[in-house]
Design a protein around this ligand. Structure first.
Ligand SMILES: Cc1cc2nc3c(=O)[nH]c(=O)nc-3n(C[C@H](O)[C@H](O)[C@H](O)COP(=O)(O)OP(=O)(O)OC[C@H]3O[C@@H](n4cnc5c(N)ncnc54)[C@H](O)[C@@H]3O)c2cc1C
Ligand SMILES: NC(=O)c1ccc[n+]([C@@H]2O[C@H](COP(=O)([O-])OP(=O)(O)OC[C@H]3O[C@@H](n4cnc5c(N)ncnc54)[C@H](O)[C@@H]3O)[C@@H](O)[C@H]2O)c1
Length: 465
């Protein structure tokens, strides 16, 4: 069978765009099909607009903090419409860059919703981006599924009243009161955005601490930081129903409490986006929750069909989708060995104010492998000695394997944590030992220098004595 393309990529998000560009650079005839936003979730309704909104939310506190340094400016009020318009303008500039970058690479672009007809052909149907498109069939020798993920709402009465992150980027007005359900990345980041811009925020989550899966000490530090930002936390609680009333919405919790609000925001996870993709026509199998299962080469249960990024539901972060897309394109089309990444030491950041960032293992994970030396510090960063914001602490933690003395985990909560942690992630990926941190000269005066001056072990875990 002759094919129109060597490679068809479904989804022009973080993973799909990188895969298509690298494959084209190796000489493959490549096409990409996108149904709604060029650049995908990260650029349009994820990392980029979210970070701009986090930055917007920090100015109010910075103005207040400046008083301790002699400034007399006043906090003023925030104009939501101005922020959203500025954000939309920047995102539309980025959309254009993505399209021209793909076109310059010689890639054929299709707009519409892709649905498998069989293992080597896909029908492109009308979608939000191309509502009037005439359906057409495209054939390719190989096909990559890079369709990402989509928010999941809790199945409770009144769930339709709730918004998700997809909607939050386009709200016409900033709600005065917000109830945020979930304490993962999105719940915490948007709680910080709304609180910083002046909304009253209630967070509802099931566990004792937010951010399940992160290091316990850091989760406790995040809980304190959320309180310091003026956000009310309802832990050990879940919503059971949402009702509309004269003054907004009433959210009933399973502990009997009722929260009255203007906006209910569900940040309760995401699922692989495989809707109407016709996977059954191509013989592509999925696992629990719709996750497309792949082998080490990213190949699905069907030879010649691959999947990368969030649709495989492993580490759902942009740099991981990019790494998977790049590696796959190299593997399929490069004459050189494929570029590789150390996904085991993928660093993670939660963009709260202050942010939290982690690389490697939590104390709880590392303790399964042997005895650990734990180094922990908590201090008031220099800026806040004068700003007076005494409850804005920085917390740092190094998890060291006692036998090898390798730093197997590093965790920071505090101003600039994500910026600081990227360099530490190189050290952890390289398998450096605590002594390598100790013999590194600090940069003074910074918070980061604490990472190389943590000389006294805080505790051993589990105790060997
Ligand atoms: C609010 C939010 C904030 C985030 N912040 C961060 C962050 O700060 N840092 C970070 O690393 N990660 C962040 N993420 C996660 C990150 O956005 C994703 O991990 C990343 O976008 C995954 O890339 P992907 O290529 O797998 O999918 P996506 O970027 O989602 O791209 C998939 C594309 O496929 C298209 N598509 C789907 N189905 C079809 C079809 N049938 N036909 C044609 N096209 C289709 C979609 O329209 C989409 O454009 C955030 C996510 C969210 C929701
Ligand atoms: N800064 C970043 O890198 C960043 C930012 C946003 C999103 N992301 C990515 O997107 C993914 C999705 O983000 P998210 O915050 O939606 O998901 P998440 O998995 O991080 O958090 C989901 C939250 O919903 C809660 N939840 C789930 N089911 C529930 C139920 N039945 N009842 C009550 N609570 C329930 C969980 O306990 C958790 O608090 C993240 O896992 C991450 O990979 C990354």
């Amino acid at each position: 069978m002759s094919h129109e393309f060597d490679l068809l990529v479904i989804g022009a998000g973080s993973g799909g765009v990188r895969c298509a560009r690298i494959a084209a650079s190796h000489g493959a005839r490549v096409a990409v099909v996108e149904s709604s936003h060029w650049g995908g979730t990260c650029v349009n309704i994820g990392c980029v607009p979210k970070k701009l909104m986090v930055q917007a939310s920090e100015y109010g506190d910075l103005i207040e903090d400046s008083h301790g340094f002699g400034w007399s400016s006043t906090r003023g009020t925030h104009n939501w419409a101005t922020l959203i318009a500025a954000k939309d303008k920047e995102i539309s500039r980025l959309n254009g860059i993505y399209v021209s970058m793909l076109e310059k690479a010689g890639i054929t672009l299709f707009t519409g919703h892709a649905r498998f007809k069989d293992a080597q052909s896909v029908v492109i149907e009308p979608s939000v981006l191309a509502p009037d498109a005439t359906p057409r069939t495209v054939t390719a020798k190989r096909i990559v599924i890079a369709t990402g993920s989509t928010p999941v709402k809790l199945d409770i009465p009144g769930a339709d009243y709730a918004i998700t992150s997809d909607d939050a980027f386009y709200l016409k007005e900033r709600p005065q009161r917000v109830v945020l359900i979930g304490s993962g990345y999105i719940g915490i980041e948007f709680a910080g955005i709304f609180a910083g811009l002046g909304s009253t925020v209630d967070m509802v989550y099931r566990q004792d601490l937010p951010l399940r899966g992160f290091d316990e000490d850091m989760r406790a530090a995040m809980k304190e930081a959320i309180t310091a930002r003026g956000i009310t936390q309802h832990s050990h609680a879940s919503p059971t129903q949402i009702e509309k009333n004269d003054t907004g919405y009433a959210v009933t919790l399973d502990n009997g409490q009722v929260l009255q609000t203007d906006c209910v925001f569900m940040a309760t996870g995401r699922r692989p986006k495989i809707d109407s993709l016709g996977l059954e026509n191509a013989g592509v199998q999925t696992a629990k929750g719709g996750r497309i299962t792949v082998n080490a080469q990213q190949e699905t249960s069907q030879a010649g069909i691959y999947a990368i990024g969030d649709v495989t539901d492993r580490i759902n972060l942009t740099p991981v989708a990019i790494a998977e897309g790049h590696h796959l394109a190299d593997t399929l089309y490069s004459k050189e060995p494929p570029r590789t990444w150390s996904l085991d030491t993928t660093p993670k950041a939660v963009f709260f104010s202050p942010p939290m960032a982690s690389v490697g293992l939590s104390e709880e994970e590392a303790a399964k492998n042997g005895v650990l030396d734990i180094y922990f510090t908590r201090f008031t960063p220099m800026r806040h000695t004068l700003s007076g914001r005494k409850d804005r602490k920085t917390v740092m933690k190094l998890v060291v394997d006692q036998a090898s003395q390798k730093v197997v985990g590093a965790h920071i909560l505090g101003d600039d944590a994500a910026e600081m942690l990227q360099g530490v992630a190189i050290a952890v990926t390289a398998g450096l030992r605590k002594i390598d941190f100790d013999r590194t000269v600090g940069i003074h005066p910074t918070s980061a220098e604490e990472l190389v001056t943590l000389r006294t072990r805080t505790r051993e875990t589990p105790k060997t004595a």
